[in-house]
Design a protein around this ligand. Structure first.
Ligand code: BG6
Length: 297
């Protein structure tokens, strides 16, 4: 890992390599995590039709949604962070425990100010552990006078053998906006949520943890989040898949988006203040339900 940040940033991807075929690849376009392999097994879905032209958002992996979730009168859907080239703040570095860390950043520039005229700075720190990927986000408002409000969300596309067999825990009792039913508000009655049709729901005030069953190799994935009060569940199913030029018609059974974010109540950031949020994705190895994850950074 002698490569300098400048040399790495000149290419379009940065790779964190923890050994044992465990890697995480980040495309500088949007600081999009485009691959997370654990012992050579890919955990994230990226469409075979995804575009890497540096213009469109990458269809898959983990696009970074900021400062808008959804359609926006000022600019592109889901904001500009996922279609802007980020800066490599710290090249991948091995920590004393063998984990590998890198940090990316995004600041306002001419392009972002032409859409959204605020100063901001985001830091995005990723840590690759043996069976986990950690995301730590900081948003800072350097202005002396202006506050701003924003949405933020990690648009995680999990790779799954068959979405119909996945179950998502932690949503029972939560209210959700159903985007497939004209944004009507409902309350989830099910202990576990399953996906058997076009699904596009913003669950509100969700707990810090969800477990998703039947991901790659029939395993379970834990999604742990901090300061992300909402969880979006999305799968385009058959008809919507056909409407997307960068998504194969037959790919919908192999992905499930479980997206932790601040969506329904935008964050207000006063001048000179900062906001922090984080997420951990953890593969659950049955028999190992260790919870040291959070403390062992
Ligand atoms: C989800 C939204 O987060 O992202 C959906 O809830 C949207 O409504 C989906 O269709 C994909 O968005 P995009 O802009 O990447 O096609």
């Amino acid at each position: 890992m002698a490569t300098t940040a400048a040399a790495m940033a000149a290419t379009s991807v940065v790779v964190l390599d923890r050994g044992n075929n465990t890697t995480c690849t980040i495309n500088m376009h949007g600081a999009t995590v485009v691959s997370w392999r654990v012992n050579n097994q890919e955990q994230l879905f990226v469409s075979k039709l995804a575009s890497f032209d540096g213009k469109k958002a990458i269809r898959g992996g983990i696009p970074f949604v900021f400062p808008q979730f959804g359609a926006w009168s000022f600019g592109p859907q889901h904001g500009f962070a996922r279609i802007t080239r980020w800066h490599l703040e710290r090249a991948p570095d091995r920590l004393h425990n063998g984990d590998v860390e890198a940090m990316f950043s995004l600041m306002d520039n001419e392009f972002t100010r032409s859409i959204w005229n605020y100063q901001f700075r985001i830091t995005y720190r990723l840590i690759l552990r043996e069976k986990e990927l950690h995301f730590h986000i900081g948003v800072y408002n350097p202005s002396k006078e202006l506050s701003f409000t924003f949405n933020m969300l990690l648009h995680t596309y999990l790779k799954v053998p068959d979405v119909r067999r996945c179950q998502i825990t932690g949503l029972q009792g939560c209210h959700f906006i159903d985007k497939t039913r004209e944004n009507a508000l409902y309350q989830e009655g099910r202990e576990v949520v399953t996906v058997n049709e076009w699904t596009d729901r913003i669950y509100q005030h969700t707990p810090q943890e969800h477990v998703i069953t039947n991901v790659v190799s029939g395993r379970k994935m834990r999604l742990h989040k901090y300061n992300f009060p909402d969880t979006v569940i999305w799968n385009p199913w058959i008809d919507r898949s056909r409407e997307m030029s960068d998504f194969g018609d037959d790919e919908f059974p192999n992905m499930l988006c479980v997206e932790a974010g601040n969506v329904t109540s935008p964050v207000i950031l006063l001048p000179g203040t900062a906001f922090e949020a984080s997420q951990i994705l953890q593969i659950i190895i049955e028999g190992n339900v260790s919870r040291k994850t959070k403390r062992n950074r």
